[in-house]
Design a protein around this ligand. Structure first.
Ligand code: APR
Length: 295
C-alpha cells in the first residue's frame, strides 16, 4: 500500500489543478505571449545565473567581471574581441545545446494559434532551434553578431573572426555602415537593441495572458514587461444592488508564472499564480490539457 503524507496529496492536487487552470486560461485567451529566462534552458544542460547552482550564485567574481564587459568593449573593442575569441564561454558550448520539452511545448502552443509571441532573455538560441516563429531575443543571440551603430545583425559565420585575429584586423566592421561589430548578446549596461526594445513593451501591452517561464524577474528593463501588462485595465459593467450599473476597471491580463522558486512577481502579486515546478515537466502537461479543453 502506498501511503502519502498530506503535503504530497496537496502537492499532487494543487499542481494538477494549476495545470488545468492554466490550460483553461490559455484556451480562453485571445492574445497570449510567453516570457522566458535561463530557467527554461537548465533542462538542456545550460546553467542559469541566480538559481541555487547558478553561474553568478557560484561565481560572484564572474558576475562582477560581467558588469564591466560593455565598458571594456567601448574602451577597447579590439582587446575585448581578442579576449572573447581566446577564453571559454561561461555558459559552456551553447551551440551544442538542444531544446528541451519546455521549448517545444511553447512551439506547440504557437502552432495551436494560442501563443502569439515569445520574448526571451536567453542568448542560447534554443527557442529558434525548437522552431519558434514569432520570437524576440531581448538580450540577443549567441548565433548572431550585431553592428553597434546600425543594429544590423549577421550570422557568426558571415565573418572569419579567427582569421581577422590572425591578421590583426579586429574588431570586425559592419559591411553596411562601417560601424563596430559586437556579439549580439546584450551585456550589462548595454542598451537593449532598438527593435526588441520597442516591440517587447508593445507585445506586453497587447496581450491578455502572459506566461512567464524560468526567470528570477530581477533584471531590468525586461522585468518591467510583466508590470506593463499588469497596469492594463478593462472596464467591466456590473449591476449594483440599487439596480444602477457600476463600471469597474479590472485587470485585463492573466499572468502565470512557472518557476522553481517564487520571484518578486509572486510576492508583489504581479502574477496571478505560480506553478512552482520545472518548465520542462509542466509546459508539456499544460499543452496536453489545452488539447483536451479545445476538443
Ligand atoms: N524550471 C523552472 N524554473 C527554473 C528551472 C526549471 N527547469 N531551472 C531554474 N529555474 C529558475 C531558477 O530558480 C531561477 O529563479 O529560473 C530562474 C532563473 O533566473 P536567473 O538565473 O536569474 O535567470 P534570468 O532571469 O534569465 O536572468 C536574467 O540576467 O544574468 C543576466 O543576461 C543574463 O538574461 C540573463 C538575465
Amino acid at each position: 500500500m502506498l501511503c502519502y503524507t498530506i503535503p504530497d496529496i496537496t502537492w499532487a492536487l494543487t499542481v494538477i489543478d494549476l495545470i488545468q487552470r492554466a490550460a483553461k486560461d490559455l484556451v480562453n485567451s485571445s492574445y497570449a505571449i510567453a516570457l522566458t529566462g535561463a530557467g527554461i534552458s537548465t533542462e538542456s544542460g545550460i546553467p542559469d545565473f541566480r538559481g541555487p547552482s547558478g553561474i553568478w550564485t557560484k561565481n560572484p567574481e564572474a558576475e562582477r567581471r560581467a558588469y564591466r564587459s560593455y565598458e571594456r568593449f567601448m574602451e577597447d573593442p579590439k582587446g575585448w574581441w581578442e579576449e572573447r575569441l581566446t577564453s571559454p564561454s561561461l555558459l559552456g558550448d551553447l551551440e551544442k545545446a538542444e531544446p528541451n520539452p519546455g521549448h517545444y511545448a511553447l512551439v506547440e502552443l504557437e502552432k495551436l494559434g494560442i501563443l502569439k509571441c515569445v520574448i526571451t532573455q536567453n542568448v542560447d538560441a534554443l527557442h529558434e532551434k525548437a522552431g519558434a516563429r514569432n520570437l524576440l531575443e531581448y538580450h540577443g543571440s549567441v548565433l548572431k553578431l550585431r553592428c553597434t551603430s546600425c543594429t544590423s545583425r549577421f550570422r557568426q559565420d558571415e565573418f572569419d573572426l579567427e582569421n581577422l585575429m590572425r591578421e590583426n584586423q579586429l574588431p570586425p566592421h559592419c559591411p553596411r555602415c562601417g560601424g563596430v561589430i559586437k556579439t549580439d548578446g546584450v551585456a550589462f549596461g548595454e542598451p537593449i537593441p532598438s527593435d526588441v526594445a520597442h516591440q517587447s513593451p508593445e507585445e506586453a501591452w497587447k496581450c491578455d495572458l502572459m506566461l512567464i517561464c524560468g526567470t528570477s524577474a530581477v533584471v531590468y528593463p525586461f522585468a518591467q514587461l510583466p508590470r506593463i501588462a499588469r497596469e492594463k485595465r478593462i472596464e467591466k459593467e456590473t449591476k449594483g444592488e440599487s439596480g444602477l450599473y457600476i463600471v469597474e476597471k479590472i485587470p485585463a491580463v492573466t499572468i502565470i508564472e512557472i518557476n522553481a522558486e517564487p520571484t518578486p512577481l509572486t510576492y508583489e502579486r504581479i502574477s496571478d499564480y505560480l506553478i512552482q515546478e520545472k518548465t520542462g515537466e509542466i509546459l508539456p502537461k499544460i499543452v496536453e490539457e489545452v488539447k483536451k479543453v479545445k476538443r
